[in-house]
Write a protein that binds this ligand. Structure first.
Ligand SMILES: Nc1nc2c(c(=O)[nH]1)N[C@H]1C(S)=C(S)[C@@H](COP(=O)(O)OP(=O)(O)OC[C@H]3O[C@@H](n4cnc5c(=O)[nH]c(N)nc54)[C@H](O)[C@@H]3O)O[C@H]1N2
Ligand SMILES: Nc1nc2c(c(=O)[nH]1)N[C@H]1C(S)=C(S)[C@@H](COP(=O)(O)OP(=O)(O)OC[C@H]3O[C@@H](n4cnc5c(=O)[nH]c(N)nc54)[C@H](O)[C@@H]3O)O[C@H]1N2
Ligand code: SF4
Ligand SMILES: [Mo]
Length: 739
């Protein structure tokens, strides 16, 4: 029997609504849901391969437990017992603080990943917490935290209304957008141009996004912060600063003016490899546009001056009066964000509340840099990592110096991985607990709704039944039960009920909460019967910005209402809401936070550099997703190859045409060359997520076309100091002919 079912796609940040075809209890096809309120039918090749991913024969269907050194299939009961024993021993012998946790990217795309890892970390009481954020967007969190007092006060470009968009270090035509959730990003860019708007792309590579632009600047990698400072310089220098209604809410304007003094386009132009005139033109156009937004991503983030660059993106948005206004850079309002409580000063944002044991890196958002994970495992002494939990991550390929991390993980006393695949990282686990495929999992975008370019709410219940396996919520809950000393075989609902009780007690006792003074029992009784994650989601929606406040606002949002709208609920275009967002102690936007002012000295010091030699950057492919989608026939092959792209003149000078050796601080690789004039001279690009040639993994197709692990070139010793983010773009490398 054939039927269809709706499901939000969990494979990237665009959150497209899909219509799945189901035949005889399995997904056999996927197309875009034209009635989806957010994506209106858009789909990309990854979403279209939903069925292949869901049915991949290499997905684990049963837990694996290490017995006599070998991973063998086990029952769920045996596997949880092994978890209880392994984690129990580590906690008993060395304390919960000796257990390291690594959270990978898909946690941002699953219900379980949003709701349960914090409980596991709290249960351990560990500071050894790592995630893909320090390979990604951590610099943005820090700059937002320092400027607005909240590290999640994301400013996203108002794509549907802006007149002038500057994309710096992002390639949304391939990535489908990141930290700006927008389905059909490319369509939005085309519509921007059709309505007379302009698009500027700043990227050392002429990407598909750059091909669409009115103006493409190709700076030397790693120089964005200086380039943006030069834009700021021009805005002051030519009297183009106009804060508009923001003026009374901004502190530190004069400090930024003074700092920018050293960054005249004529000074930084040669460092960036961009004409001073181009920078001045950019600044003038930004100031003249009726509305404009600057949007930066990976290329401004995972670089040496990542936090400075992320900060300056918003400094430019503010100086041109474009922050928090339609057509500018705006703050989304997620349906699970707490209901706005008006303008009130906050406690601000601090990092470095503790430091990593070996190198003394400051904690950021309660995390330590992934680049420091290997040394924390390897280095003996008090606080050494003795056990590891990885959830939805593959740091052996995604983090610097995978070979070192590979060795380190092999030496960990006990390792637990929650992952559907046996891969380069999970092969070291003593227990692997595989979550069910997406068709059998629920979906709600807890994180990404807060980044959406249009406010919306959508929920997908599981499309297919579980077939006797636990879902990921149950898997993670049972781990939490172990850590709370209750035992893995207790009722996993206890975990959710504990969260609900604690949250409602806090809310009802908070005089500024919309449910202040009400009885916890009364509110709890209003939550629907059903899985614990649904009860928690309902609670969050009802307490949220659009919520029904547990009946006090009867027309408001509840999970029941959301379920009754399977194509989602549109919550309208982004609205100005700066004063709700601001949580700095001063109650104003801190344009010149001391940490950023100080870090500017580091940038000033390199302006004279004119490095020769090659610099390495990364790239993504439309049919790839970090390290874990190289195993699907529909996505593999064709142009989806692990090649090094280089400029024809560079290739000719080196006399190379087929393969080259690339040498970096941590290793060297031999990689096929792809000669293209779509990249700046002196720059080479290699995609990440490849290097599937280690033994003992279980992705057979991926292993046949393994590619090389770009992160093996990188020793991870260079971090953006304020965020602990690894420098993954702009790494000096040596490129030579083979032999
Ligand atoms: N050189 C270089 N390195 C990079 C980058 C770069 O641009 N250049 N990009 C960085 C970025 S932005 C990121 S986000 C990181 C990603 O870093 P990671 O998150 O460490 O790596 P992924 O390859 O995304 O691995 C995801 C893992 O989650 C598993 N998984 C998939 N679905 C589920 C699920 O539903 N539940 C569970 N439990 N597991 C699931 C997959 O099998 C896979 O093992 O890589 C970073 N590394
Ligand atoms: N198809 C596909 N989609 C994905 C992913 C995937 O692997 N494949 N990964 C997902 C993830 S985890 C993320 S975080 C997002 C990332 O989303 P994006 O940031 O949009 O993706 P990237 O392709 O990494 O784009 C980074 C761009 O920065 C450029 N760049 C490199 N160095 C510099 C620099 O110093 N300055 C400037 N200005 N530019 C520079 C690169 O040439 C590249 O074009 O994509 C997500 N979507
Ligand atoms: S763009 Fe992203 S969310 Fe949309 S179908 Fe493709 S992978 Fe899925
Ligand atoms: Mo990412």
């Amino acid at each position: 029997m054939t039927r269809t079912a709706l499901r939000i796609c969990p494979f990237c940040e665009a959150t497209c609504g899909l219509t799945l075809t189901i035949d005889d209890g399995r997904v056999t096809g996927a197309r875009g849901d034209r009635d989806d309120v957010f994506s209106a039918g858009y789909i990309c090749p990854k979403g279209a391969s939903f069925a292949e991913l869901d049915n991949d024969p290499d997905r684990l269907t049963a837990p694996l437990v290490r017995r006599d050194g070998v991973l063998v299939e086990a029952t769920w009961d045996e596997a949880f017992a092994a978890v209880a024993e392994g984690l129990g021993a580590a906690v008993r012998d060395h304390g919960g603080a000796s257990v390291g946790v690594y959270l990978g990217n898909p946690n941002a795309h699953t219900v379980a990943g949003a709701l349960y890892p914090p409980l596991i970390i709290r249960g351990l009481g560990t500071h050894q917490v790592y995630s893909a954020s320090t390979l990604d967007q951590m610099p943005k969190h820090v700059s937002l935290g320092l400027m607005f007092g909240s590290p999640v006060a994301f400013t996203v470009p108002d794509l549907d209304r802006t007149d002038y968009l500057v994309i710096i270090g992002a390639n949304p035509l391939v990535s489908n957008g990141s930290v700006a959730t927008a389905a059909d990003f490319g369509g939005k860019l085309r519509r921007l141009r059709r309505r007379g708007g302009r698009l500027v792309v700043i990227d050392p590579a002429r990407t598909r996004t750059a091909e669409l632009a009115d103006r493409h600047l190709a700076p030397r990698p790693g120089t964005d912060a200086a380039l943006l400072f030069a834009v700021v310089h021009v805005l002051f220098d030519e009297n183009l600063v106009d804060l508009g209604v923001l003026a009374e809410h901004v502190a530190g304007l004069d400090k930024v003016r003074a700092l920018a003094g050293d960054f005249a386009p004529e000074t930084v132009g040669p460092y960036c490899g961009v004409d001073a005139a181009e920078i001045r033109a950019l600044a003038r156009e930004l100031a003249a546009a009726p509305t404009a937004a600057v949007y930066g991503r990976i290329g401004t983030s995972t670089v040496e001056f990542g936090t400075l660059g992320s900060w300056l993106v918003d400094v430019v948005n503010i100086l041109t009066g474009n922050l928090d206004r339609p057509g500018g850079a705006m703050f989304p309002l997620s349906p699970v964000a707490p209901a706005p409580r008006g303008h009130r000063p906050g406690r601000g944002f601090a990092t470095g509340r503790w430091h990593s044991r070996v190198s003394g890196h400051p904690e950021v958002l309660s995390e330590l840099p992934v680049a420091a994970l290997a040394e924390e495992i390897e280095t003996p002494g008090d606080g050494q990592i003795k056990a590891m939990i990885t959830i939805a991550g593959n740091p052996v390929l995604s983090a610097p110096d995978g070979n070192r991390l590979d060795r380190a993980l092999a030496g960990v006393g006990f390792m637990l991985s929650i992952d559907p695949y046996l891969n380069e990282t999970t092969r070291h686990a003593d227990v692997i607990l595989p979550p069910p495929p997406p068709s059998r999992s629920p979906h709600f975008d807890f994180a990404l709704n807060g980044l959406a370019v249009r406010n919306n709410a959508r929920y997908s219940p599981p499309v297919l039944p579980l077939d006797g396996r636990p879902d990921e919520a149950e898997i993670l809950s049972r781990i939490a039960l172990v850590l709370y000393g209750i035992g893995y075989d207790a009722d996993p609902a206890l975990v959710d009920e504990q969260v609900i009780a604690t949250t409602l007690a806090k809310e009802t006792g908070d005089s500024s909460s919309p449910v202040a003074g009400r009885a916890v029992d009364e509110l709890t009784a209003m939550l629907p019967d059903g899985p614990g994650y649904e009860r928690r989601l309902d609670m969050m929606l009802r307490l949220g910005a659009y919520g029904d406040v547990f009946g006090a606002r009867p027309e408001g949002l509840t999970l029941e209402r959301l379920k009754a709208a399977p194509h989602g609920i549109d919550l309208g275009p982004l609205q100005p809401r700066l004063l709700d967002v601001l949580r700095t102690p001063s109650g104003r936007i801190e344009l010149a936070p001391p940490q950023l002012v100080d870090d500017t000295a580091r940038l000033r010091a390199v302006l004279g550099d004119r490095a020769g030699g090659f610099v390495l950057i990364g790239r993504r492919h439309l049919r790839s997703n970090n390290s874990w989608m190289h195993n699907l026939p529909a996505l593999a092959g064709g142009t989806n190859q692990c090649t090094v792209r280089m400029h024809p003149d560079d290739a000719a000078e080196l006399g190379v045409s087929d393969s080259v050796v690339i040498k970096g601080p941590a290793g060297e690789l031999v990689v096929p060359v792809e000669v293209t004039d779509g990249i700046r001279r002196g720059v080479v690009s290699l995609p990440h997520g490849w290097g599937h040639d280690r033994g003992g993994t279980g992705q057979k197709l991926a292993a046949r076309q393994p590619g090389a692990n770009v992160n093996q070139l990188n020793d991870g010793s260079v971090l953006d100091p304020l965020s602990g983010t690894a420098v993954l773009n702009g790494i000096p490398v040596v490129v030579e002919p083979v032999g």
